[in-house]
Ligand binder design. Structure first.
Ligand code: AMP
Length: 404
């Protein structure tokens, strides 16, 4: 483990109990060093807070804009203790910390959102059980721990379907599409022995997400839902607001708030949902942190998802999740995305964001670009392509305008 600033150089440890709202210059500990931590730390700095990052990777995006850093594995108890000693409150941009690690952190400093929330979102089966118990509809699903259980699920729920690992999957990783019975055994062989979940395939009209912030006092602020388009399993484009009827948007906000309340969340939560062909909403995934589909809020809103997250964690008043503009956000992914950078920074009207990653590996999110439009004038697909200019989606990308 290495830590900066070293404990001897640190200002005196705070009070034994963290005071909320956090006073200016308090230190927020963030577990995870990626772009979500970076943008959270930038929002925290504007509010007069310091961030201290716990990450495995020296030089990772969040460390470049943080006041302190602990470089260590996420499971080493001595490092977790040193990290906790350096901060006043702890939050996450990376959720896959072990249960023991979470308990240790929570025994030392306030953890927001609570470890219970992370445990639910870490495991797709726990997540689906929780959502259904909260009255939120999902795709039909079954836990799968054997090939027999997989055949049984396929018989009961039907094909096509998606087989996913219950943990550690992101950006479409750890998933197999099942079209016919012949796909079952190879998919099981590829993903087992990890615990798996079988999900009926949703023939969705579009994918949307809603980002809600909730404070310790139970107050909530929910952004209008946005429409998301993926490419190779990775978010490519977000349109804000989603082009869905107001009743659908209202239902999506209601679902996000219901989930945040049921979790007793303190922080920000994103809910990914499918809109099926009948207009029904089915929750796919929850993420108890700022979310890629909410990056546009930095440029289009008086208080972004990152600011609302920091406000909730710090115990500051939540502001309304209003936007002064509509927006399109495109991710810059891998070497191809990075190659667009010189043109993106030269294009008037594009708002560039780069995450400071040294290595542009395929599939890696290197940055994003946002374009704002007056409220109510989000263009159609061809308008989006024209407006994004150099960052327009490649012609073979799926057309969100043709999705229903
Ligand atoms: P996830 O990792 O669960 O967010 O899945 C990544 C992407 O795969 C989603 O955004 C969808 O585009 C697609 N997907 C996942 N699960 C399903 C499902 N049950 N039905 C249809 N598409 C799905």
């Amino acid at each position: 483990m290495t830590q900066f600033p070293p404990p001897s150089d640190r200002r005196p440890a705070g009070l034994a109990t963290t005071p909320f709202p956090l006073p200016p210059n308090a230190t927020i500990g963030l577990v995870g060093g990626g772009q979500l931590g970076r943008m959270s730390a930038l929002a925290a700095a504007r509010l007069g807070y310091r961030c201290h990052i716990l990450t495995r990777e020296p030089g990772s995006p969040a460390t470049q804009v943080a006041a302190g850093v602990t470089i260590s594995d996420y499971s080493d108890p001595a490092s977790l203790r040193a990290f906790a000693a350096a901060v006043d409150v702890i939050s996450f941009e990376f959720e896959n910390v072990s249960a023991e690690g979470l308990d240790l952190l929570a025994s030392l400093k306030p953890v927001r959102p609570s470890p219970d929330v992370l445990r639910i979102s870490q495991d797709r089966v726990a997540e689906k059980q929780f959502l259904n118990a909260a009255g939120v509809a999902t795709a039909p699903w079954a836990a799968v721990d054997s090939l027999d259980a997989l055949y049984d699920a396929a018989r009961r729920i039907g094909l096509p379907a998606v087989l996913k690992t219950t943990r550690y999957g992101y950006d479409g990783k750890g998933q197999a599409r099942l079209h016919a019975e012949a796909d079952l055994a190879p998919a099981f062989a590829a993903l087992a022995p990890k615990p798996l979940i079988f999900e009926g395939f949703v023939d969705f009209a579009c994918e949307i997400s809603a980002v809600v912030a909730r404070g310790a006092d139970g107050a909530t602020s929910c952004f209008d839902p946005m429409e998301n388009r993926h490419r190779d399993g990775i978010l490519d484009l977000t349109l804000a607001p989603a082009r869905v009827p107001e009743a659908t948007a209202a239902a999506a906000r209601e679902i996000a708030i219901r989930i945040a309340d049921a979790l007793n969340l303190i922080g920000v939560l994103a809910v990914e949902m499918f809109v099926d062909r009948t207009g029904r909403l089915l929750a796919n995934e929850i993420a108890p942190r700022p979310h890629n589909s909410g990056h546009w809020t930095i440029d289009a809103c008086p208080a972004s998802q990152f600011e609302l997250h920091i406000r909730a964690v710090a115990g500051l008043p939540l502001l309304p999740a209003t936007r002064h503009a509509d927006a399109v956000m495109r991710n810059l992914v891998g070497p191809d995305g990075l190659a667009l950078w010189p043109a993106v920074v030269a294009a008037p009207g594009l708002i560039p964001h780069l995450y400071g990653k040294a290595d542009a590996r395929p599939g890696r999110k290197m940055g994003h670009v946002t374009r704002l439009f007056p409220r109510g004038s989000l263009p159609g697909e061809f308008g989006i392509a024209a407006a994004l200019g150099p960052a327009a989606p490649a012609p073979d990308a799926q057309d969100p305008g043709e999705r229903g």
